[in-house]
Design a protein around this ligand. Structure first.
Ligand SMILES: CC(C)(COP(=O)(O)OP(=O)(O)OC[C@H]1O[C@@H](n2cnc3c(N)ncnc32)[C@H](O)[C@@H]1OP(=O)(O)O)[C@@H](O)C(=O)NCCC(=O)NCCS
Length: 388
């Protein structure tokens, strides 16, 4: 079968809510990272077959098929299409899957896959609260007997089911902040971040932002212990062991390996195996466990064959449960921090994790890499990459 490769992967710095990216319209932010990606590789806009773009809250500035307008904002010719994907937090991981699968099938040759979310400008959950009507529908509500709950409550259920203590949850968060700070200090993100121009509110001057904004240096288990539960009075999940509300965008160039060779583009990694699974939509956040087992089985590989793993830190309890079930080495998981420290701009996160994964695989020379993330509604994607 034809092989699909990632030639390059870029992302914006991740902004805190109402932080560095709040002045960026999500379509413009999308166009900015796509343009930077194509310029870096030397792709002519007219060569692109499609733009497959993840975005979760598809309303207001993010509505109307944001994938199409992302391409136009990037300066692609009118003839180049685009599509918006919603697989909740895994939307842009799914975008990479669709791109690679289209290429492997021989249906397309050169695809831009990625995603965006501006949670500052389009608040999380607004598509549920604004109506008209209510999500899910009476049949599903009956099926689950009114038990469908918000993600924070599912995160509590995860901690309870796997018997994870508050200290363990906060240890995972502490590691996330420390690793992210180390990655920034060592310049590990320098090859993947596309700087953005932002207006300094105090001086009114335009400055260049090139650093993720969410990291809280000096985070310790002790400082986190003082935070109150965010979702349930006697709960364990706090602002300190949850992913942050953020803004960001990321884009990957996915092409046929034969196309890369013909064009003289140096591939970074092959996208070799995929999984997507569902789990109990009430517990919701455990699906990365079966997604991981399924993708490993399809590849004929074990968890210890993975040199680098990106597992979305939606909540520490998701990571803790996944580590217990897979037996993965925590040192290989999110080595440069995750969504707890760096942020989680929903529709962009799948592509952000994939960008971090492929660059880290290249940095350390890891042959295989794995990505998985939990998704609203109780689904999860799994991807295995192989360094070229
Ligand atoms: C958990 C959540 C509700 C917290 O929101 P919030 O209260 O606005 O969060 P903040 O960043 O303001 O943090 C709250 C407090 O915790 C503190 N805090 C957060 N992280 C901290 C850390 N690492 N160290 C010390 N204090 C920390 C903040 O300083 C703040 O304190 P303050 O109120 O005294 O300023 C929100 O982040 C959330 O919903 N996260 C999950 C997002 C999500 O569901 N994504 C999709 C599914 S994965």
């Amino acid at each position: 079968m034809r092989s699909a490769v990632i030639v390059d992967a870029v992302r914006s710095p991740i902004g805190r809510r109402n932080g560095i990216l709040k002045g960026w319209h999500p379509v413009d932010l999308s166009g900015h990272v796509i343009r930077a990606l194509l310029d870096r590789v030397g792709v002519e806009g007219g060569q692109v077959d499609d733009v497959i773009w993840g975005c979760v809250s598809q309303t207001g500035e993010q509505t109307g098929n944001i994938g199409r307008f992302a391409g136009l904002a990037a300066g692609l010719p009118d003839e180049i299409p685009g599509v918006a994907i919603d697989r909740q937090c895994g939307s842009s991981q799914q975008a990479v899957h669709f791109a690679a699968q289209a290429i492997m099938a021989g249906a397309q040759d050169i695809v831009v896959a990625g995603g965006v979310e501006s949670m500052s400008r389009i608040p999380m959950g607004i598509t549920y609260s604004q109506g008209p009507g209510q999500a899910f529908g009476p049949m599903v509500m009956d099926r689950y007997d009114g038990r469908l709950v918000p993600q924070g409550i599912s995160a509590e259920m995860m901690a309870e089911k796997w018997g994870v203590s508050r200290t363990r949850l906060d240890e995972i968060s502490t590691d996330s902040h420390a690793r992210a700070a180390r990655a920034i200090d060592e310049g590990r993100f320098a090859t993947q971040i596309v700087p953005v121009e932002v207006k300094d509110e105090e001086t009114g001057e335009t400055v260049t932002a090139d650093t993720d904004q969410g990291v809280r240096r000096g985070t310790t288990v002790e400082t986190l212990a003082g935070l109150k539960p965010a979702f349930k009075e006697d709960g364990l999940i706090t602002a300190g062991n949850s992913s942050q509300i953020s803004d960001g965008a990321a884009a990957l160039l996915v092409v046929g390996e034969d196309v890369a060779e013909k064009m003289g583009w140096t591939p970074m990694a092959r996208v070799t195996h995929f999984s997507v699974v569902g789990s109990d939509p009430v517990l919701m956040l455990d699906a990365p466990i079966p997604a991981t087992f399924k993708v490993l089985e399809r590849a004929g590989l074990g968890i210890d064959d993975m040199g680098v793993i990106e597992l979305n830190e939606a909540f520490s309890s998701v990571v803790a449960a996944w580590l217990i079930e897979t037996g993965a080495d925590w040192e290989k998981v999110n080595p440069n921090g995750g969504a707890i420290a760096l942020g989680h701009p929903l529709g962009a996160s799948g592509a952000i994790l994939m960008t971090r994964l492929v660059h880290e695989m290249a940095r350390v020379g890891a042959r295989y890499g794995l990505q998985s993330m939990c998704e609203g509604g109780g689904t999860a994607n799994g991807t295995i990459l192989e360094l070229v």
